[in-house]
Design a protein around this ligand. Sequence first.
Ligand SMILES: Cc1cc2nc3c(=O)[nH]c(=O)nc-3n(C[C@H](O)[C@H](O)[C@H](O)COP(=O)(O)OP(=O)(O)OC[C@H]3O[C@@H](n4cnc5c(N)ncnc54)[C@H](O)[C@@H]3O)c2cc1C
Length: 380
Amino acid sequence: MTRLPTMNHANEMEDQLVLRARRFLAEHVTPRLEAGEKPWYDAALSQAAAAAGILGISVPTEFGGSGASFSCKVRVVEALAEADFGLSMALINSHNTAENIARNARPAVARRFVPEIVAGRMAGCTSLTEPGAGSDFAAITTRATRVEGGWRLDGEKAWIINAIRTGVAVCYAQTETGSGAAGIASFVVDASRAGFVRGGPITSALPALGTGSYRLDAYLASDDELLAPAGQAFKRALTSINGARIYVGAMCSGMVAESIRVAAEYGRARKTFGEPLAGHQSWRFALADASVDLEAARLLIYDAAKRLDAGEDVQGPAARAKIFATTMAHRHVGAMLHCMGAAGFADRYPFLRHLESVQAAAFTDGSTEMLKERIARGFR
Ligand SMILES: Cc1cc2nc3c(=O)[nH]c(=O)nc-3n(C[C@H](O)[C@H](O)[C@H](O)COP(=O)(O)OP(=O)(O)OC[C@H]3O[C@@H](n4cnc5c(N)ncnc54)[C@H](O)[C@@H]3O)c2cc1C
């Protein structure tokens, strides 16, 4: 079938990265998912993703990455999420940990972790959320206390993608109780060091995601492992969350595109009342509606990504893109499942997995309400 159109991108290296991501899916992931297996994540898959360049997309070239644009990252994760949102998120969270450490950590610290992640030998995670603080990030209570030569970290993080497998975490902690956003600093935390206590998985949903928790019990971080000091860390976190909002929107587009593709293919083969489903106009209208919203979402997403690449403040565009993309995905993944009849529930099709994923997408990197709040501030 004809694929829905995507943007024209001039950069050949970036086009190649998107193609390599699609090849990675075709060779390592899609056949098993289409045979009804649950999504998974293991060392072999991580290294195959690394070989396809997925773990180094925007990581600087001196650390083995490709130094590609943010827009390229958006296109890659959109393609990956067609197969599985959890896998796409797990890989990009490792990638982002590497990119952040490569750009902001001391060189010796960066050399320790970044090449390992880019080669797929180590996973990375970014940890803001705690059992007592989600949307209200400034309310975190993980404590960073100054000690000789560094910092002592104590506290608990929850709902962290890759936490069950991570080798390194970017961890946000409060340096001065009661000081809110201004007191938050970030640290590079080595998961193999004493004081890092890993929790088990929190949910059986989205199995490739590896969502879990960890505790820091008198964990000692050296001065060199301070990634962003108080006064800068909160602002930097919000900047990178704006990027995440854009690519989570792109993942929703990927899931809708795949849902339309699968439903359209099924509709040509399955007959009712002597005609293929696709012969019934009111059946086709559901696909037409979905394709209209999908293209609108892509325009918002690609525009926000382009603005981010140009160095613009993307708070508004990122929030609008994510709200629109998650909302339209909620509606249309369900509608495409409906078009399949009972077959939509079969394990070999992605609909149930995508529905679960869209629900998670509406929380990660800012819930819909928080994003609306941000936009609504302009109307006070
Ligand atoms: C699958 C998954 C993966 C995740 N991965 C990570 C990760 O890698 N790293 C990380 O740090 N975090 C991660 N998170 C956590 C995520 O960022 C939080 O779920 C999110 O910030 C919301 O926080 P909360 O779940 O504690 O909800 P709460 O903040 O408790 O909010 C509960 C509900 O109330 C609404 N609400 C809250 N405040 C208001 C308000 N002022 N007005 C109106 N409505 C409001 C929210 O929109 C939400 O619907 C992940 C979450 C999920 C589900």
